[in-house]
Design a protein around this ligand. Structure first.
Ligand SMILES: *Cc1c(COP(=O)(O)O)cnc(C)c1O
Length: 345
């Protein structure tokens, strides 16, 4: 394999520490892990093996393709999008994975197919996926072999009345479904307090370094660090410009690095003139526009850098979200296929 000129440094110790912190904050509830979208862009297998070794037992993906990519690992997987007709052959045969049934049609499909254990999603106010509490009261899921009854919070990262309303609507279903467990909280939901934890929590973004709640500040560590190699170094004379549309002009003779990273890798145009890279603690601002496969960095703080040297991209999620206007989720799930994903451990 040819090594790529860009890589994601993935800190496995930080990932595990984040999961342990969230498990601790989840109190008596078990703590699972959302690893949909290929582990939020890090690589679902690398995430799942490390968290399974740490004791995580419950994993959540979106689709059956994602579930089957983990079939050889010793993990239990819930498929959040449920089961389509086309998924049935795989879903019925998969020993390690079960569907999260979201609609009356999915419930009927699973019953008709003689499906075994499943999970069920109830919508308590987000109006995204799930049966209504009334469906549950009407007996729609009676007799199903349900592991976990779930609901999902719309605004867990905000202090709004909807959180309490959703929590209360969900709690009212206790004892009504025959489910072995109940699960409500995502990352931010864990920070809302003990009465949001139920039996199982489902953090995603916080595992990967996302911080949305004051309670997570200081205990959630950065996991993902993009790094890229310098492709060319040049000296831009005073008065000359750099990049598309000439948005940056040198006010002094400036050493500049052209680096192997661009918007096609998920480093979007909003970082033009705003992002920065680091070498040690020396800061190298992005100058001019982000190109498809390249950025330009001002090397004034590290003039010795040359072709082939590596720089680290400033990518701490909360700060980078504030800087860019992108969500912390978009920042990591958008990192493309051209990175070599390299776990530090
Ligand atoms: C993605 C997802 C999660 C994890 O959410 P985070 O905000 O990333 O912690 C939990 N539950 C469901 C149903 C999800 O879709």
């Amino acid at each position: 394999m040819i090594p790529a000129p860009l890589r994601l440094r993935l800190d496995g110790a930080a990932l595990v520490a984040n999961w342990r912190a969230l498990a601790r904050m989840s109190g008596d509830a078990a703590c699972g892990a959302a690893i949909k979208a290929d582990g939020y862009g890090l690589g679902a297998r690398g995430v799942a093996t490390r968290l399974a070794d740490a004791g995580c037992r419950d994993f959540f993906v979106a689709t059956w393709a994602e579930a089957m990519a983990l079939a050889d690992l010793d993990v239990s997987v819930s498929v959040l999008h449920g089961v389509r007709e086309a998924d049935l052959p795989v879903a019925l045969a998969a020993g390690h994975a079960r569907p999260v049934l979201n609609s009356a049609a999915q419930v009927q499909r699973w019953r008709d197919a003689g499906g075994g254990r499943c999970d069920v999603m109830v919508d308590t106010g987000m109006n995204r996926l799930g049966l209504s509490p009334q469906d549950v009261a009407d007996g729609l899921i009676d007799g199903l072999n349900i592991d976990t009854l779930m609901s999902h919070l719309a605004s867990a990262d905000e202090a709004v009345p909807l959180n309490r309303e959703q929590r209360d609507a969900f709690a009212a279903l206790r004892g009504r479904s025959g489910a072995r467990r109940m699960s409500l909280a995502n990352s931010a939901g864990i920070a809302l307090g003990g009465d949001y934890h139920f039996d199982l929590t489902r953090p995603g973004i916080a595992l990967y370094g996302g911080v949305q709640a004051a309670a997570h500040t200081g205990c959630i560590r950065q996991v993902v660090m993009p790094q890229a190699q310098i492709l060319q170094r040049r000296l831009v004379p005073t008065g000359q410009v750099v990049g598309y549309n000439a948005t940056w002009r040198a006010t002094v003779d400036t050493p500049v690095a052209i680096v192997n990273l661009g918007y096609a890798d998920g480093y979007l145009r909003c970082f033009s003139g705003r992002g920065c890279a680091f070498v040690g603690d020396r800061r190298l601002p992005v100058i001019g526009r982000v190109s498809m496969d390249m950025i330009a960095l001002d090397l004034c703080a590290a003039p010795e850098l040359d072709e082939g040297d590596w720089v680290s991209i400033d990518y701490a999620l909360p700060e980078t979200a504030a800087l860019s206007g992108l969500s912390q989720y978009e920042l990591i799930t958008g990192l493309g296929g051209r990175f070599d994903r390299i776990w530090a451990d």
